[in-house]
Design a protein around this ligand. Structure first.
Ligand SMILES: CC(C)(COP(=O)(O)OP(=O)(O)OC[C@H]1O[C@@H](n2cnc3c(N)ncnc32)[C@H](O)[C@@H]1OP(=O)(O)O)[C@@H](O)C(=O)NCCC(=O)NCCS
Length: 187
């Protein structure tokens, strides 16, 4: 799991139960296994993957974002099982204003065990210490209580509601905005 060049190795993040590793082409089948699940895709900005071609396109977008904007994405590996169980990423940034936005998704079979909050804490620490950010933010649909809770558990603060800022399932939906500042971060 820890193959790769020095640049890739420098991006590996370790937590108590997880290893976060930059995505690799050979991860595609494991990503597809959860990204094809409509319940996993439901609150994200992407449609469920229909085939490995969709997963390949996802991996290309992730690589381009890293190359063009310096924003890494990670596969979340379960240490004990040696299985890829999800993803956590920086989606966009403002270099001028010193912020970046996070996103995440986890295989449904692994929900509810605190893995995403654990991964997110490592990614936020990376954002402050390695990307030099002043602010890390995230949004979720107001009805996505699990995602809101993930951001709370990771130490982010609810800043407000972005009213009807998300069109999904035929209607405009409210989103919650969470953020944490570098001066508030213990790591
Ligand atoms: C959101 C998601 C990543 C959470 O992953 P996870 O590893 O299960 O999250 P955690 O276990 O770290 O934390 C989930 C928390 O939400 C809580 N929760 C879960 N469902 C809930 C619900 N319906 N209402 C209230 N709280 C809920 C859990 O109890 C837990 O809190 P606790 O530890 O205080 O008990 C996962 O559900 C997922 O992949 N969802 C689909 C993709 C998605 O929504 N991505 C985010 C887009 S903004």
């Amino acid at each position: 799991m820890c193959r790769g060049d020095a640049a890739e190795t420098a991006l590996v993040l370790e937590t108590e139960r997880l290893v976060l590793h930059p995505f690799r082409p050979e991860d595609a089948p494991a990503i597809f296994a959860y990204a094809a699940d409509p319940e996993v895709a439901r609150y994200t900005g992407w449609a469920p993957h229909r085939s490995l071609d969709d997963t390949g396109a996802f991996l290309r977008r992730v690589a381009e974002r890293h190359r063009d904007e310096g924003l890494p994405s990670w596969a979340i590996w379960h240490r004990g099982d040696g299985v890829l169980i999800g993803q956590c990423e920086f989606l966009r940034r403002s270099s001028r204003d010193g912020w970046a936005e996070i996103g995440y998704a986890l295989s449904r079979a692994r929900w509810g065990r605190g893995y995403t909050a654990e991964a997110l804490r490592a990614v936020v620490t990376f954002g402050f210490s390695r990307l030099g950010l002043n602010r890390v933010q995230g949004t979720c649909q107001a009805t996505n209580r699990a995602s809101a809770r993930v951001m709370e558990k990771a130490g982010m603060t609810l800043e407000g509601t972005l009213r009807e800022s998300w069109f999904a399932d035929g209607a405009y939906r409210d989103r919650l905005l969470y953020a944490v500042l570098r001066r508030e971060w213990p790591g």
